[in-house]
Design a protein around this ligand. Structure first.
Ligand code: PEP
Length: 251
């Protein structure tokens, strides 16, 4: 199968009020036209619509950071997958470690959300990754297998509706990254696991690396086998840094 076009996705987390977020989106959108990778920014839900509208005529897509698994109902503070799509998103991040570990989100919950995202026509970016204790105990690949098996639906997963992001928990926001060999081993394992479950379709699923990716390390991380893009937190809050990572993906 031909190499997948790389996807560089920015996770803005709980940052940016409307004017700053729209300004950042404008700066990214205005400078993204010559890039050969796909670009996505995931702002907070409160500014998803103005950010998506700002990016409407650019090469940059907008995504949500989470959605509830139910279609509607008494879920104070939550947003459904359809609401995320209605606000202008094409993608939604699911199972980010800050939700798994900070809010107790389980694999089963991530799977239910993934199903809801697919039903709403969204591309689910399903995040998995080991903690530092799990890595130290030599459990990384087992953890990834378990999270994949539990978080992805049994049916309907394709390269058109699902992206998997490998994000070692200990690398997120810390400035630390795995070695290139460790990234290659994790991504190779994810691809093999997906192949066992999905056959040839596994080759169409983008695998993103996330965890302290910066302009300085992006080119080497993005050149690792089976790394089809990046999920970027801190460095996505600055247009220059985010675009430099995108340029590294395109190089
Ligand atoms: C993330 O939150 O998904 C992430 C990768 O953050 P950072 O790039 O800041 O490590």
């Amino acid at each position: 199968m031909a190499a997948l076009k790389k996807l560089i996705a920015g996770n803005w987390k709980m940052n940016m009020l409307a004017s700053a977020g729209v300004g950042l989106a404008r700066d990214i959108g205005a400078n993204a036209q010559d890039l050969t990778c796909e670009l996505l920014v995931c702002p907070p839900a409160t500014i998803l619509r103005p950010v998506a509208e700002t990016l409407a005529d650019t090469a940059v897509a907008a995504g949500g950071q989470d959605c509830h698994e139910a279609e509607s109902g008494a879920f104070t503070g939550d947003v459904s997958a359809a609401m995320v799509g209605d606000a202008g998103a094409s993608h939604v991040i699911l199972g980010h470690s800050e939700r798994r570990h900070g809010l107790g989100e389980t694999d089963a919950r991530v799977r239910a959300k993934t199903l809801a995202a697919h039903a709403a026509g969204l591309i689910a970016i399903v995040c998995i990754g080991e903690t530092e204790a799990e890595r130290d105990a030599g459990q990384t690949l087992d953890v990834l297998s378990t999270q994949l098996a539990g978080s992805l639906p049994d049916t309907g997963v394709t390269g058109a509706n699902t992206v998997v992001a490998y994000e070692p928990v200990w690398a997120i926001g810390t400035g630390r990254t795995p070695t290139l060999e460790e990234v290659e081993a994790a991504h190779g394992h994810i691809r093999t696991t997906l192949e066992a479950a999905l056959g040839a379709e596994a080759g169409a699923i983008r695998l993103l690396y996330g965890g302290s990716m910066k302009p300085e390390n992006a080119e080497t991380l993005l050149a690792v086998a089976n790394v089809d893009g990046g999920l970027i937190g801190g460095a996505s809050l600055d247009a220059e840094s985010f675009l430099a990572i995108a340029a590294a993906a395109a190089s």
